[in-house]
Design a protein around this ligand. Structure first.
Ligand code: ZN
Length: 116
């Protein structure tokens, strides 16, 4: 009788059976594969999160630097709308980056709850 090797678990079964009977191993291996791809996806998210933290640091640094330059300019040359503009864009950038990191944290929490 012809033996067929199962593509999922590697178990050999008779052709007459039609399909592999070793289904317990199937779900186990599929689960492992699923959690593997899931953690791979999460590691990408974590990288983005770290990147967002660095961007927040960089944005703060640039903002402080431009503010220092602004107050170095003689008072008669200062255009206060520039300071307001940079402050608004700074707050906007920081808050959106902060929200982004919070969303990632939320996704992790959600995935953790689903897993349990
Ligand atoms: Zn099988």
């Amino acid at each position: 009788m012809k033996k067929i090797k199962c593509e999922i678990c590697g178990n050999e079964y008779d052709e007459i059976m039609g399909e592999c009977w070793n289904t317990i191993n199937h779900t186990k291996e599929q689960d492992e594969e699923q959690s593997k791809t899931l953690s791979q996806q999460y590691s990408v998210l974590r990288t983005f999160q770290i990147l967002a933290y660095y961007l927040m640091l960089g944005t703060t640094g640039i903002y402080i630097y431009t503010s220092v330059i602004f107050f170095d300019i003689p008072e008669s040359y200062r255009q206060y709308y520039m300071l307001i503009g940079s402050t608004v864009s700074f707050i906007f950038t920081i808050s959106s980056l902060f929200c982004f990191t919070k969303i990632i944290d939320f996704l992790f929490e959600l995935a953790y709850k689903v897993k349990q």
